[in-house]
Write a protein that binds this ligand. Structure first.
Ligand SMILES: [Cu+2]
Length: 116
């Protein structure tokens, strides 16, 4: 997992369309999508710690859906899709592509592993 720290105070739109302030020191986690996988497919997060997922695509439009968090975003080649979230409990949260992208689409998913 690639992580880097952002020392910016920036207003960002989340996938839900609300605006929230991203605090200095918020971790960024980059996830790239391509047919038919996310890389990394397992992302470890800390409970209560704000994170920004930076989603990119290597080939075509994919979706990023996290039903348990009520999140959904589109991942468009040549763009960064930024999704801010703060996990509020430990456990595993499933995400998957919800834009049909070919024969392996149904298998295209991953897990956010939220640790204490
Ligand atoms: Cu897909």
């Amino acid at each position: 997992m690639i992580q880097r720290r952002v020392f910016l105070l920036a207003a960002m739109a989340t996938a839900a369309g609300t605006v929230r302030l991203v605090q200095a020191g918020t971790n960024e986690v980059r996830i790239s999508a391509k047919k038919f996988e996310f890389n990394p497919a397992e992302v470890r997060l800390k409970v209560g710690q704000p994170v920004v997922l930076v989603l990119t695509s290597e080939d075509r439009i994919h979706g990023f859906k996290v039903p348990d968090l009520g999140l959904r975003a589109e991942i468009v080649p040549g763009q960064e899709t930024r999704v801010a979230l703060t996990p509020d409990k430990t456990g595993q949260i499933v995400f998957f592509c919800d834009v049909f992208c070919g024969d392996g689409h149904e298998e295209m998913g991953g897990t956010l592993i939220v640790e204490a």
